[in-house]
Design a binder for this molecule. Sequence first.
Ligand SMILES: [Zn+2]
Length: 132
Amino acid sequence: MRPIEDRVKVCRYYRSPAMHESCEKGRVYDEVNRRDELGSTGCMLRMPCLGDTQGSVVRGQTIEPCDLHEPHTREEIEAEDKAFQRAMELMKQGLSSCCEAPIDTSHVIPDGKHKNHGPRYCSECGRLAYMV
Ligand SMILES: [Zn+2]
């Protein structure tokens, strides 16, 4: 995992460009990384969303800062880590992270080629806990 000093710089509106055209604020990624113009290789390096790239020069192009950039606070990152660690602990005990209730494994495939695959649900609220 990246050190906390790097993670706080990442914009709170950032979401994976592999899955989304724009950030949570609606800024279209191609406007900031200009992938169509500059090519896809190394376009992640041109993302101002990650914080430390702003103002640096990649392949002769200066990375423009994004006016929507809003970094995290240290407290937020620490709380995220804590929540993640707690969820992992609960998972090891077979409990859901939402209700700390037993995991419902009734939809798991019992045998054959895909044995043990399938969704696990929270037995309390029915929310999807995780997929295997
Ligand atoms: Zn639940």
